[in-house]
Design a protein around this ligand. Structure first.
Ligand code: UD1
Ligand code: UDP
Length: 443
């Protein structure tokens, strides 16, 4: 037990633009609840437009530590993060380390904390693209091996984790904090309607963002995307460019081509408020960003994703997002198709948001507080012989729910199947006539 009067301390690890944005509602919530926290910035993003401006807009306190790793190759950047985060964690001794998403900070932070036996809470856990050429996929998977509390946005993400053998008791379906951030900040942004640049009201606005290594590090793919944009002359394209993309467009001789096109507005990365306003007023968004796929469906803006797979399949299944890859023909064809077909446009706009109702941060903090009050934030080696765990697939004939079944048979229900479909085994789920995958030492 914690000593009376000693409050839990949470360490937040962030490093890039989307982590600052998606962690901000959690940091607000921690402050409101008067929980101790320490904010550690890895310094992976360091330009004013990629980091500091979000602290200012979101009224976040300056990080307690900025370990200033800067840019570099994956091994160099991640190893520096590991070593410096370890120093800070050893000094600060938090009770819980929270990481968000799939950047190098998530991998480094989760690994350090797990090895120090400090529980890791992974916000936005369980996402999978099943494409291991993406650095983000490796980060997500390794982080989830180190994670203790899995805060997943959707049941799809929960199911991904079940298939990897994660104990469902540690999985919490909370929605995504991106909705919390989006709803809160769009309200603020709307009060400043002068934020967005003037655009010709006669023309449709397409917002574009692009930064994935698998797209912008390849001259051929980037060239095809640029050609598609040049072809879409009848639209106004607003393109706040990520620094990685600026560098590569310049290096591949493509930057000038875009700059010369009168229908394309190439601008610096935008502040969050201005970007949300722009997005909410756009007819269409074309992106390879993860967060923007989520924000588009939250703001009812049809989305075209310049990727061949997505770890956000819910947006595609809901009908708000279409994957087109990077071919010029497919990009142009999809834009024309969506903007030219009223029924399709309306159905994409009306796609239901799978990421929750804007209360993810409250749910996450409620769960953490409850676990902490039950002394559950401790990772200790067992001091008893654990026995040998067996896993079995069985059919349940009794009228019992998951909790009752687990108590009766001293087993954990890891997965339940209803007519071949996976069902998340919540405690109240009735198991009668379901197949269940159970695991225990006394089976
Ligand atoms: C990183 C994340 C990616 C996330 C993205 C959010 C990893 C492996 N990648 O990608 O998952 O979607 O952030 O935007 O963690 N640069 C600057 N100024 C900056 C930051 C970067 O000029 O403040 C330039 C540098 O040339 C750098 C390049 O951008 O080499 C790439 O930056 P890096 O942090 O390695 O990856 P991102 O593409 O930003
Ligand atoms: N964003 C922003 N200004 C911009 C572009 C994006 O504030 O010019 C925000 C956007 O609203 C979203 C986040 O940055 O919340 C997405 O970050 P990014 O696309 O860099 O990373 P990803 O989500 O793909 O990891």
């Amino acid at each position: 037990m914690y000593d009376l009067g000693v409050k839990m301390k949470i360490a937040f690890i962030i490093g890039t633009r989307p982590e600052i944005i998606k962690m901000s509602p959690l940091i607000d919530e921690v402050q409101q609840r008067d929980i101790n926290y320490v904010l550690i910035h890895t310094g992976q993003h360091y330009d004013h437009e990629m980091s500091q401006q979000f602290f200012m807009e979101l009224e976040l306190e300056k990080p307690h530590y900025n370990i200033g790793v800067g840019s570099g190759a994956h091994g160099e950047q991640t190893s520096m993060m590991i070593s410096r985060i370890e120093d800070v964690i050893l000094k600060e001794q938090p009770d819980l380390v929270l990481v968000e998403g799939d950047t190098n900070a998530v991998l480094a932070g989760a690994l350090v904390a797990a090895k120090l036996h400090i529980p890791v809470g992974h916000v936005e856990a369980g996402l999978r693209s099943y494409d291991k050429t993406m650095p983000e996929e490796i980060n997500r998977m390794v982080a989830d091996v180190c994670t203790h509390l899995f805060f997943v946005p959707t049941l799809t993400a929960a199911t991904n984790l079940l298939f990897e053998g994660v104990n469902p008791k540690n999985i919490f379906v909370t929605g995504n904090t991106v909705v919390d951030a989006c709803q809160r900040n769009l309200k603020i942004a709307r009060k400043h309607s002068d934020l967005v640049m003037d655009v010709d009201p006669e023309r449709k606005v397409l917002t574009l963002t692009l930064h994935r290594a698998e797209n912008v590090d390849h001259p051929k793919k980037l060239g095809q995307i640029v050609n598609a944009l040049l072809e879409l002359e009848d639209l106004t394209i607003i393109f706040p460019v990520h620094p990685r993309t600026t560098k590569n467009l310049q290096e591949f001789g493509l930057y000038e081509k875009l700059q010369k096109a009168p229908h394309i507005n190439i601008i610096k990365p935008m502040g969050y408020l201005e970007f949300l306003l722009l997005l909410s007023r756009s007819q269409l968004v074309v992106t390879d960003s993860g967060g923007i796929q989520e924000e588009a469906i939250t703001l009812n803006v049809p989305c075209i994703t310049l990727r061949y797979n997505t770890e956000r399949p819910e947006t595609v299944e809901a009908g708000g997002n279409i994957l087109v890859g990077t071919s010029q023909e497919r990009i142009v064809g999809s834009v024309r198709n969506i903007l030219g077909d009223e029924d399709l446009y309306r159905s994409m706009k009306g796609a239901p948001n799978p990421y929750g109702d804007g209360t993810a941060s409250i749910k996450i903090l409620d769960i953490i507080s409850e676990i902490e009050s039950n002394d559950g934030l401790k990772i200790e080696p067992p001091d008893f012989i654990t026995g040998v765990t067996t896993t079995k697939l069985v059919r349940v004939d009794e009228n019992v729910n998951v909790s009752e079944f687990e108590e009766k048979y001293s087993a954990i229900v890891k997965m339940a199947f209803n007519d071949g479909e996976v069902v998340f085994p919540e405690s109240e789920l009735n198991l009668k006539d379901k197949m269940v995958l159970i695991s225990g030492t006394e089976l």
